[in-house]
Write a new protein. Structure first.
Lengths: 171, 171
DNA sequence: CGCGATTTCACCCGAACGGGTGACGCCGGG
DNA sequence: CCCGGCGTCACCCGTTCGGGTGAAATCGCG
């Protein structure tokens, strides 16, 4: 994200702040110096017959270049929005309904209750939330989760979910 | 989101089409006309004693303005890349290898580091294990996970994984 | 009926996690 | 040059989790 983190409601970035005046001042100064320099040159080596034209030409060229640079610098952003599409493959059968591997379930010896708990764990619910949803005490839920863990050989909820997923017990 | 989160591999689209030479030619012509005009003026009304300075000043100013205008004209508009996800149906492909939804990633503003941490979390690793694998301090890992949580709006590791999965950030 | 499996609950303790704050170095852009 | 984003790390505090033990109630089945 461009600006602040975490903010979801992010209005398009405002125009860049760039300080024109600073450049304008520098611009003026530079111009003065240039003119002074040229004048000094002119007075020191009065060698140009038609100095005026050459003089003007040089000044014009220099200032034109300077101007171009400045213009490029301060022309308001003029941003061009480029739409880039990223392909996000969505399986035709996105709704491919999941079927539990009953064999694996039997092999692991997970009871129905434990299976239910496991599903809720996989759904990201905390022990407390599971207890609330199933009208159980938190202790009970913890007991079940412990059993699930040992049957799945997991030491953490996430491991359990991962194991269960690769055993096709949950989608 | 500053949209610009874009990928690094950015082959910037070719430069804007605008034809510079036309402007350059016009620029030159205009310059010539201007100088000619000023010269005529000078010859016609030989009224300026120190015409050179004034002359130069005028030319400088005019050309500077011209330059600014030109610069603004040709400054390449900076591009703002907006990612858009487009659903591309893919054949049943059971082994459909996973591709991350970069748009979602940009939208959420997850940094590469955070994404890496998220992947390891999803793999079921504990904070300590992640720290060990990435040669980081546990505190650092915790900081990253915290950020991941707030960006994903999750309060638990499992919730984060679940969110990430449904946003197609991880398989 | 008795036995084993299942489900329910309690308590305790140490480890892990979540949340907050502060700080430092680096880098890239205005 | 200064600012902001990023990555790194520390410390603290409260909560949750994981693990262990124990113990009821319930139920299916022989």
């Amino acid at each position: 994200m461009g600006g602040t983190r975490a903010g979801k409601p992010e209005p398009p970035d405002a125009a860049p702040p760039a300080r024109p005046w600073r450049a304008v001042v520098g611009f003026g100064l530079l111009g003065g110096v240039l003119i002074a320099g040229l004048r000094a040159l002119e007075y020191r080596y009065l060698l140009l017959q038609h100095s005026a034209e050459v003089y003007a030409g040089i000044v014009a060229a220099l200032f034109a270049l300077l101007g171009i640079w400045l213009g490029g610098r301060f022309s308001r952003p003029r941003e061009r929005v480029v739409l880039r599409e990223v392909a996000v493959p969505v399986p035709v059968a996105a709704t491919a309904q999941f079927t539990r591997d009953e064999a694996a379930l039997a092999r692991l010896g997970l009871t129905p209750r434990e299976m239910g708990i496991l599903e809720l764990i996989a759904a990201g619910l905390s022990t407390r939330e599971i207890a609330a949803r199933l009208f159980l005490s938190e202790n009970t839920v913890k007991t079940h989760t412990s059993r699930v863990f040992e049957k799945l050989g997991a030491r953490r909820r996430l491991q359990a979910v991962q194991r269960a997923r690769e055993q096709r017990l949950i989608p």
